[in-house]
Design a binder for this molecule. Structure first.
Ligand code: 5CA
Length: 445
């Protein structure tokens, strides 16, 4: 993409109403624009990052054996009356009446709709286990929408639902989701810690939230420092292997890690003092096992191996896809702007032309740009007639992990400069060598 043709409405000043750094930077980098309180338009660069996160979530869900699908944003109130949640959900639910006077709602989550789909098509344990998920916009009329996409009213969420014949099988689904989430967050360059939490309006006793540590997080968290050393890395995971998934679950949930909702001071004090940490965290996902809460209420049954009709065991599992963008920026920025992890960066590399209009520099940039496109590096070429200082500040703000600077002085020696956004370190090399180096870097991602 050439910057002269790209819609990137960056702001020089901090927007007055943006209280936290991720909100400020998303607004300043021209990623989002507020449409109404807690509701945002996703401008091209914000949309690009959103799609990247969505793709990672899809890839990891499909790897875990889950079925992607898409349910609507609007739902009929009748299903929610069956589960009893139409009244329980309160003012957070946006209620709508259609022209025929039928009660509808903008879905805050999908347990009822998916249970209805399930009960009308599956009757036998032979069709289980089954996990269905989608990534779709949700609406929750939050009392205090704030911090940009972090606590929105309309937000993008992955929500998945497992259906199993009994509790042990459903607990494997729970463990499998935990493992797939660990992998998802790691791929995004994030450390998200699973913590025992409270289930709220979704229900059930078994639930873990995934928290990214950040001073601006809305939750208070307490944890054993040792948990920060755990990595899945490139471990082979067989998602059908109950023991392996349970083992990984145990590894991550043995060190103390809880949110303030479930914090237990006595248990925490058993952790050696120098490992006891407390800080703030951003909740980027949550998994639940709630057994037969919805299948009992909505009569979703299967025939088991003993030929008995039993209510299906369920859990639901969410990832806050739009919130994740805020969390990634909170975890990775400096005073100049965003620092994107390579896996989610909107563009692989920025190209800065120091002397736009100079035939040689323009030709070198053009060649480099085409080579980068061909290599799949998805470059953003700043071809505008701007001062170098302004171009650098803009690149730093939007945070691409790599920048290639092309100027007449370097070209005389046959080199361009490659700079890392994270370390600020630069090295001079030929254009070919830069492309090769970037190909190698992105091959690892
Ligand atoms: N049905 C379950 C699991 S699918 C559910 O709704 N879980 S949830 O309420 O925990 O939401 C899942 C994730 O969505 C949360 O972990 C959080 O990351 C994100 N989320 C929830 N509310 C908001 C909001 N108002 N703005 C942005 N993200 C949100």
């Amino acid at each position: 993409m050439r910057l002269s043709k790209y819609f990137l409405p960056t702001l020089k000043e901090n927007p007055a109403d943006a209280q936290i750094v991720s909100h400020r930077l998303m607004m300043r980098a021209g990623m989002i624009r507020q449409a109404a309180s807690g509701i945002y338009s996703w401008l091209p660069m914000g949309f690009k990052v959103l799609r990247k996160l969505e793709n990672i979530v899809h890839e990891e869900q499909i790897r875990a054996g889950h079925n992607p699908m898409l349910m609507p944003t609007l739902q009929s109130a009748d299903l929610w009356r069956e589960s009893g949640r139409y009244d329980d959900y309160g003012k957070e639910m946006l209620r709508i009446t259609d022209r025929h006077g039928r009660d509808m709602l903008y879905g805050p989550t999908n347990e009822e709709l998916i249970t209805d789909i399930f009960r009308s098509s599956v009757q036998s344990h032979k069709d289980l286990p089954l996990t269905l998920y989608h990534i779709q916009w949700k609406f929750r009329d939050e009392v205090r929408p704030r911090f940009g996409v972090m606590r929105g009213r309309e937000f993008f969420m992955k929500d998945g639902y497992n259906f199993d014949v009994d509790k042990p099988s459903a607990m494997h689904a729970y463990n499998r989701h935990l493992v797939s989430y660990l992998r998802t967050y790691e791929r995004m360059g994030l450390k998200a810690i699973p913590m025992r939490a409270d289930s709220g309006p979704i229900g059930g006793d078994d639930t873990h939230e995934f928290l990214v540590l950040a001073d601006t997080g809305e939750s208070e968290v307490f944890y054993d420092k040792n948990i920060l050393d755990l990595h899945l890395g490139d471990r082979e995971v067989d998602y059908d292997d109950w023991d392996q998934c349970a083992g990984i679950m145990e590894e991550w949930t043995t060190p103390y890690a809880r949110t303030d909702e479930t914090h237990d001071e006595d248990a925490f004090n058993e952790v050696p003092e120098d490992r006891r940490m407390s800080s703030r965290g951003i909740e980027v996902g949550q998994i639940f096992y709630f057994g037969t809460k919805y299948s009992d209420a909505m009569n979703a049954k299967v025939v088991n191996a003993d030929n008995q009709e039993v209510p299906v065991h369920m859990g639901s599992h969410g990832i806050g896809v739009s919130r994740l963008i805020g969390a990634i920026i909170e975890a990775s920025h400096d005073d100049k702007g965003i620092i994107w992890p390579e896996a989610v960066t909107p563009f692989g590399v920025g190209i800065v032309n120091l002397k736009q209009g100079d035939d040689d520099t323009d030709a070198a940039c053009e060649g480099l740009y085409k080579a980068a496109v061909k290599a799949g590096l998805d470059p953003l070429y700043d071809d505008r007639n701007e001062r170098a200082g302004g171009k650098f500040a803009n690149m730093d703000l939007i945070g691409l992990p790599w920048r290639i600077t092309v100027g007449p002085r370097g070209l005389k020696n046959g080199v361009v400069e490659l700079t890392s956004r994270k370390t600020g370190e630069s090295e001079e090399m030929t254009a070919d060598a830069v492309i090769e180096k970037l190909i190698a870097i992105y091959a690892e991602v």
